[in-house]
Design a protein around this ligand. Structure first.
Ligand code: HEM
Length: 415
């Protein structure tokens, strides 16, 4: 047995990152691992991978990026490229100086001042989405709000027609989750068809901006130069696809999961609005508690030590951020959402060079969403006849959250 086979076999405990189970059950499994074998090896997938579960290990790994680990391929099973090839996604799977260049280009669009400018438009979107179901006294919060809302926000950031938001949201849903109830082959066929439509749509938007430039991200990306050259169509496309997928599913997930929790904790739904500080604390707690992202890193240097283990070159380590953020070492009673936690920064947005570029945007979206929803729906409960269903994968989430509330009226100011 080689050294590598030995350390793998000593710590083997299989893990399915795509298991069809509830997020809470998966977290219970990860909590058990954290206690018994915090860094375990899973033989599942094409060539196996390690699973980190402790806050300290995951933060140490993410902080290392470009120093002994790389972010490509950013998936426990190896290939993430939705085009089916082995090409790194920009910027999330690019490391070192090239990654730094891409980040430098995009950072100004995600700075707090730029995000503050977007807020009034984002609020209008929230109000009009709520208008669509407020008179009914019930809704499925996921498709009717949580998913469409960040979709429209990203459209605004890009400078694309807002009316395309729901269509883009449904495309992203198919790309990320396939077709519900269909076979894997049927889902893949649907993904390929959607990729064609998405590409057509991108090219159309790019052409429009070439003809009439404005001050949006699309125009900027078209004109920007990297090493004295413009970005290729593939580079532009990658950036835009990532923006849509990263910006949509994550915000959707935290909003949806938080609504499941709030359905059973209406006192928190009131308490959140007792002061602006409370709302900020609640947002951070929901980000911690409902962290959807699960980055993966691959070791490139000899001698990377995580915990008591020297991980050899080529090994891949999967880092469920929700596991880090539920580590009782830093968050006592981690499964509870509490507004009085000691300030230990959560890892929901990751760490190191790839730390989420959209964190200010995400926080603003969540604040606006909660404010507008609470204004119109001060009390609600979950519809117990239609329980929520979760999924794991590259961003964990909840697919449906049926809620019941007292019907209200449409917002005259927005219509
Ligand atoms: C609650 C919402 C969000 C969460 C929890 C979240 C989480 C994350 C995490 C953990 C990463 C790092 C992944 C890694 O290290 O491999 C990341 C990267 C990224 N996120 Fe977010 N994200 C959110 C919202 C957004 C939004 C709204 C946007 C933009 C519209 C966005 C765009 C990106 C991009 C472009 C990257 C890649 C950054 C890079 O590689 O340098 N995210 N996000």
């Amino acid at each position: 047995m080689t050294g590598l086979e030995k350390i793998r076999s000593e710590r083997t405990r299989d893990y399915n990152p795509y298991a069809d189970i509830a997020i809470a059950d998966n977290l219970a499994e990860l909590a058990d691992r954290r206690e018994k074998c915090p860094l375990s090896y899973s033989t599942t997938g094409p060539d196996g991978f390690w699973v980190a579960t402790a806050y300290d290990d995951i933060s140490a790994l993410l902080r290392r990026n470009s120093r002994g680990v790389v972010s490509y391929p950013n998936s426990p099973f190896g290939v993430t490229d939705m085009k089916g090839g082995q090409k790194a996604m920009i910027p999330i799977e690019i490391d070192g100086p090239a990654h730094y260049q891409y980040r430098k280009l995009l950072d100004p669009f995600f700075a707090p001042a730029a995000i503050a400018e977007l807020e009034p438009k984002v609020r209008k979107v929230a109000i009009s989405l709520i208008d669509e179901f407020i008179e009914d006294g019930h809704c499925d919060f996921v498709p009717q709000f949580a998913f469409s809302f960040p979709g429209s926000t990203v459209m605004q950031l890009m400078g694309w027609p807002l009316a395309g938001g729901p269509m883009m949201a449904s495309w992203v849903d198919t790309l990320l989750h396939g077709v519900r109830g269909a076979t894997e082959d049927e889902s893949n066929a649907a993904r390929v068809a959607v990729m064609g439509k998405v590409r057509e749509y991108f090219i159309d938007q790019i052409d429009r901006r070439r003809r009439s430039p404005t001050s949006d991200v699309t125009t900027f990306m078209l004109n920007v130069e990297l090493d004295g050259r413009k970005l290729t169509e593939d580079e532009l496309y990658d950036n835009f696809v990532l923006m849509m997928t990263a910006g949509l599913d994550t915000v959707n997930s935290v909003l949806a999961q938080s609504f499941v929790y709030l359905g059973g904790h209406q006192e928190l739904w009131s308490q959140m609005f007792e002061s602006p500080e409370n709302l900020d604390l609640a947002i951070e707690e929901f980000l911690r508690w409902g962290s959807p992202a699960v980055p993966t890193r691959t070791v490139t240097d000899e001698g990377i030590v995580v915990r008591d283990l020297e991980i050899p070159v080529g090994e891949r380590v999967h880092c469920p951020l929700a596991a880090a953020n539920r580590d009782p070492k830093y968050y006592p009673e981690p499964d509870e959402v509490r507004l009085d936690r000691p300030l230990k920064p959560h890892l929901a947005f990751g760490l190191g060079p790839h730390r989420c570029i959209g964190s200010h945007l995400a926080r603003m979206e969540m604040r606006v969403a909660y404010e507008e929803l609470h204004r119109r729906i001060p009390e609600f409960r979950l519809d117990e006849t239609k329980p929520p269903r979760d999924h794991l994968g590259l961003a964990w989430g909840t697919e449906n959250v049926h809620i019941l509330f007292a019907p209200g009226t449409r917002d005259a100011a927005a219509s």
